[in-house]
Design a protein. Structure first.
Length: 86
C-alpha cells in the first residue's frame, strides 16, 4: 500500500531529516516530517538519536570562543554572499 501524497514515507522523511533538524524546511514539509515521526516506530528513534547528537554539538559549540578576527572574517564573507536587491 503506497503512502498518501500528503504524507511522507520513511525514505522521504530520512531525506529531509538533516534539513528538519537544521530548521531548513518549508512549513508544509516540517508538518509532514513531524506527522511521520509521530506515527513511525522505526524512524522516531533515529530522529531522537540525531536530535540528541545535534543538541550536544550545538551546546559544545556555544561554549567555544572564536577569535574576534575569525568572527569579523565570517561576517565579511556572509555580507559579500548576501543577494543584492535591484
Amino acid at each position: 500500500m503506497s503512502e498518501s501524497p500528503d504524507r511522507y514515507d520513511c525514505a522521504e522523511t530520512f531525506r529531509r531529516l538533516d534539513d528538519y533538524l537544521d530548521r531548513a524546511l518549508a512549513p508544509d514539509e516540517i508538518e509532514k516530517v513531524e506527522e511521520h515521526l509521530a506515527r513511525c516506530e522505526r524512524c522516531a528513534p533515529e530522529f531522537a538519536f540525531d536530535a540528541t547528537v545535534l543538541r550536544e554539538v550545538r551546546a559544545k559549540l556555544a561554549r567555544v570562543q572564536a577569535p574576534p578576527s575569525l568572527l569579523d572574517s565570517i561576517r565579511k564573507r556572509l555580507a559579500e554572499d548576501e543577494p543584492r536587491s535591484s
